[in-house]
Structure formats: structure tokens, C-alpha cells
Design a protein around this ligand. Structure first.
Ligand code: SF4
Length: 377
């Protein structure tokens, strides 16, 4: 492993609109590059500008804690940070990759998050996160914490091929159980599901059965992107070696669009299969409201629930204007509770959406949405 130390100018990355997948407005990359070296990692794609030999080199932002301290400290700020989970993980490098053992930037970040009283959401593939159980429990008691793991499936053999640098799926499941036993909410980000390999109904079924048994609070699913260039070249090289018979299938679903996504037809079909199995095990397919309704603003609460509803409708081939309404609300400069009598003036808000918004403002959630999240239509 080659390590390059740098001084970063800023650490917190702010989203314009709350992200309804992670219920978060802030994220960060403490490390750039990742020696977990997953074959499908889109951090390899040129658009993320990660220099060096991806998988073998890591850039460490050694001044991250000094900068974060200033960014998180509410003193001297005209406007405090928005409420919501501070997201640690995802992006272009796992926050618990091996280099964390030495630099401990993630552990120190959690210390700051606790000090300033923010909720934290961690996403990793590494069981090293168990090292930080004490500080995570303290955050959870003060403001809430979620620990999520990403998987491409529960199959240990497939994981050895595509995720050579991370603990096996079994070990990640054990970690989930450990956090649950310690009273921490946990989730699985089942992403990316690898086409024609981990998207098979029997593998998805086995993965969701194990997730249920481990006691996850939610499971979020996504297909795989293959962006032309470094990411696709690397993935196809491994595929050619391990699954040469699948090359033709990949050519049929990856037509080289700018996002690297598979065809709509393929994506629709795997989402349907996933959602059917998730319903069977009654696992929420988005972060459920009991994990966020007390910690985000009324406007963000409505946005997150409407966007989640939109996703649930799409899974069932149903059209809705929930996402449009959420977008209109994201542009408001005033609390939506001040508009209770005037909601239909917002673009995308019709009588049904109005009813749902009023219920959210009154109770912090919507019964219809909660039922849909687990049982479907
Ligand atoms: S753990 Fe995440 S960031 Fe690291 S290589 Fe794997 S997919 Fe990429």
C-alpha cells in the first residue's frame, strides 16, 4: 500500500437538498482511494479525480480533524449546520479501510460529532468499525447513530472475487448482530448488485433472509454502474477472467451512457425482484421514519417521506408527483408548517399529497407511507 499525506482545504461536503437515501445533508471523504479494492468500485471512474493506482494507493487528509472542528463548531457561524445525519462513508474511500488503523481519522471524527451533538450515520464494508463501539454508543445516546454495511451479496465465494480486501459477508453480518446487541440501529446497503451474478432471485433471497435474521432496520438496494474508462476496463478484465460467458450479457445491458447505468429494462426487473423478496421478509427498503423523524426539520421530513413514497410507487410501476412536490418544498425559504392552508399552491401538491403532508406535520410520519414501506401496495 502506498500512502500520500495531504492537507485538505475543507472536509464537509454539503448537499443542496437532503439526501433521502441517507437522510443526510453532509458527507465527507477522510481518505481518497481505497485499498479494499472492490472490482466494481466506481471511485475508480475518472470523474472522481482520484489520483494514483486505485486499490493500492490512498490519499490521507492529515489535517482533517482540525478542519472538521472548525466546520462542526457552531460558535462563530451565522447559520448553524442543518439538522440530519452526518454521513461517514461512501464516496471514494471506505472510512474504515486498513489505513484507518494507523491514522484513526474516523474515530477522531466521531469524537467531534459527539462533542458537538450531531447524529452520525456510518457506511462501511469493514468490521474495524466495531473498534469504535464506545463512541458510537455515546453518540447514539446523545443524538442517534446508524451503522450500515454494504454488500453485493451474502455469498462468501463471490465476495472473494469482487471484494478482495474486505471481511467476508459472514463477518459483516456478525458485526451487524454485534451493533444490534449494543442497541445501535443497523442497515444494509445492498449495492451494487452484480448483474447475472448476485442479482439471481435465489441469491437475493438468501441475502435478505440473512439480513432479516441479523435484525437490520432497513435494506437499500441498487444496481451497478460501469462508467467507461478506468472503472469499466478494470471490472471487465476481472469478468473476462472469472465469468467469460457473461461478457455478451454485459454488452447487452451496458450501452455506455454517461452515468454508466444499465438499461432501464434491466434495472426495473431487478428492483421488482428485490422488492418482492423484501416484502416477503418485511424489511423496510428505505431508512424508516423512527430513525429520523425527531432529528430533521419539518421541511426535510416531508421531502424525505415524499421521495421515499415516489420510490415505492416506482417499484410498482405507478406514477406519482411526490418527487415533484418534494422538489418544490426543497426550494422553500420558509417552514412548510406556515403554509398549512396553502399547500396546493406548491407545484406537484394535489389533494392526496396535501393530506399526506398535513399528517406528517401533525404526527411526524404518514401511516400510508409506513405501511407501504413494509407491505407494499
Ligand atoms: S469499500 Fe467502497 S470505496 Fe472501498 S473499494 Fe470497495 S466499493 Fe470502493
Amino acid at each position: 500500500m502506498k500512502i500520500k499525506e495531504i492537507n485538505a482545504k475543507s472536509i464537509l461536503r454539503k448537499h443542496k437538498k437532503i439526501d433521502s437515501w441517507f437522510v443526510s445533508k453532509y458527507g465527507m471523504n477522510l481518505y481518497r482511494g481505497c485499498t479494499h479494492n472492490c472490482v466494481y468500485c466506481d471511485g475508480r471512474a475518472e470523474k472522481y479525480n482520484v489520483d494514483g493506482n486505485f486499490g493500492y494507493e490512498v490519499i490521507v487528509k492529515t489535517n482533517a480533524i482540525d478542519i472538521l472542528k472548525k466546520e462542526l463548531d457552531p460558535k462563530g457561524k451565522r447559520k448553524p449546520l442543518s439538522k440530519g445525519y452526518i454521513m461517514i462513508g461512501g464516496g471514494v474511500g471506505d472510512s474504515y479501510q486498513p489505513v484507518e488503523e494507523k491514522y484513526q481519522l474516523t474515530k477522531k471524527t466521531l469524537g467531534l460529532i459527539y462533542q458537538y451533538g450531531y447524529p452520525a450515520s456510518i457506511l462501511t464494508k469493514s468490521t474495524l468499525v466495531g473498534r469504535d463501539i464506545d463512541i458510537i454508543k455515546k453518540i447514539n445516546r446523545k443524538s442517534k447513530a446508524i451503522v450500515s454495511f454494504s454488500f453485493s451479496s451474502i455469498d462468501n465465494k463471490i465476495s472473494e472475487i469482487f471484494e478482495p480486501g474486505v471481511p467476508s459477508p459472514n463477518k459483516r453480518l456478525d458485526s451487524i448482530k454485534f451493533f444490534k446487541e449494543n442497541g445501535i440501529a443497523t442497515g444494509i446497503f445492498l449495492m451494487p448488485v452484480i448483474p447475472f451474478i448476485t442479482d439471481k432471485p435465489e441469491i437475493l433471497n438468501e441475502t435478505l433472509a440473512s439480513a432479516k435474521q441479523a435484525g437490520v432496520d432497513f435494506i437499500i438496494f441498487s444496481g451497478m454502474t460501469l462508467k467507461n474508462g478506468r472503472q469499466k476496463d478494470y471490472f471487465m478484465k476481472v469478468l473476462r477472467k472469472k465469468y467469460p460467458e457473461l461478457i455478451i450479457n454485459y454488452d447487452l445491458i451496458y450501452k455506455g451512457n454517461a452515468w454508466g447505468s444499465a438499461t432501464q429494462e434491466y434495472n426495473d426487473s431487478i428492483h421488482k425482484t428485490f422488492s418482492k423478496i423484501a416484502r416477503k421478509y418485511r424489511i423496510p427498503v428505505r431508512i424508516p421514519p423512527y430513525l429520523f423523524k425527531d432529528i430533521i426539520t419539518g421541511n426535510d421530513l416531508v421531502i424525505v417521506i415524499l421521495e421515499q413514497l415516489d420510490y415505492l410507487y416506482k417499484l410498482r410501476d405507478m406514477k406519482s408527483s411526490f418527487s415533484y412536490a418534494a422538489y418544490s418544498i426543497s426550494k422553500l425559504n420558509t417552514p412548510i408548517s406556515n403554509m398549512k392552508n396553502n399547500l396546493k399552491s406548491l407545484k406537484g401538491v394535489g389533494p392526496n399529497t396535501e393530506k399526506i403532508i398535513l399528517e406528517i406535520l401533525k404526527t411526524g410520519s404518514s401511516k400510508y407511507y409506513e405501511k407501504l414501506l413494509i407491505d407494499g401496495l
